[in-house]
Design a protein around this ligand. Structure first.
Ligand code: IPE
Ligand code: IPE
Ligand code: MG
Length: 235
């Protein structure tokens, strides 16, 4: 089976730039080019949902010039990519704490989300200022409010309700989660959504990741036997 939902932790931009004696921001610029290619390939491969970790809540702790360069790059790139996304029929969504983003980036994101809302060839979600635990906290607030308002009884709280309260409510569970740069951790990415995902770690730094690497990760996924807790015979 092919993965319906692929999530990628795009890591290693900084190390890539540093290894070339360039400022870290150059790594993010090179990484943005890879995003373009990977998005295109994923759509060609018939992937329904692609979710990319672009900036974590923890990343706000980085030096302010790197943060500024990243926010500028997100905005410039979104504007540049907008016609291409539309031509490819790709719907763009954003998850994360958008209130913390610069107002002009927020406005650009909202505009592209709105313009692409009806497109169905692939659903691309960018996680920006995202952290899975924080998303769970927001979900808990929504659910508790419903209980407080008398719309919901605590006994009715179940998995579907929880998953529906998350910012990823429109997405199916993650099938394949890829992380580049050799790190083997989730760093807060989609903890509930990826709880049964197949994990693929590659030593390749994100700016060096190629569409062939994406193909290879999909092949690796196809070789895996997903059991979801069942026995080999039953799954
Ligand atoms: C990933 O690359 C991009 C972001 C986190 C924004 P890094 O910037 O984390 O690169 P390394 O891990 O320091 O090499
Ligand atoms: C995770 O990468 C976040 C993104 C790729 C956007 P980090 O580089 O921030 O994660 P850690 O610090 O290695 O856990
Ligand atoms: Mg990193």
């Amino acid at each position: 089976m092919n993965p319906t939902h692929i999530a990628i932790i795009m890591d290693g931009n900084g190390r890539w730039a540093e290894s070339r004696g360039e400022p870290r921001a150059q790594g993010h610029v090179a990484g943005a080019e890879v995003v373009r290619q990977v998005v295109r390939r994923a759509r060609e491969r018939g992937v329904g949902h692609l979710t990319l970790f672009a900036f974590s809540t923890m990343n706000w702790g980085r030096p302010s010039d790197e943060i500024r360069a990243l926010m500028d790059l997100f905005e410039r790139d979104l504007i540049a990519q907008r016609p291409d996304l539309m031509a490819q029929g790709i719907r763009l969504s954003v998850i994360g704490e958008r209130a913390y983003l610069p107002p002009s980036l927020r406005a650009t994101l909202a505009r592209v989300e709105e313009e692409t809302a009806g497109l169905t060839q692939m659903h691309l979600t960018l996680a920006v200022s995202y952290d899975g635990r924080r998303d769970m906290v927001e979900a808990m607030k929504r659910v508790s409010q419903m209980v407080a308002d008398g719309q919901l009884h605590p006994a009715d709280v179940g998995e579907p309700l929880l998953m529906n309260a998350l910012s990823t409510r429109d997405l199916p569970d993650v099938d394949l989660l890829i992380r580049t740069s050799g790190e083997q951790r989730l760093s807060g990415f989609l903890p509930l959504e990826a709880c049964y995902a197949e994990l693929v770690f590659t030593p390749r730094l994100w700016p060096e990741f190629t569409v062939e690497d994406l193909d290879e990760a999909i092949e690796e996924f196809r070789r895996r036997q997903r059991r979801f807790g069942l026995t080999r015979a039953a799954s």
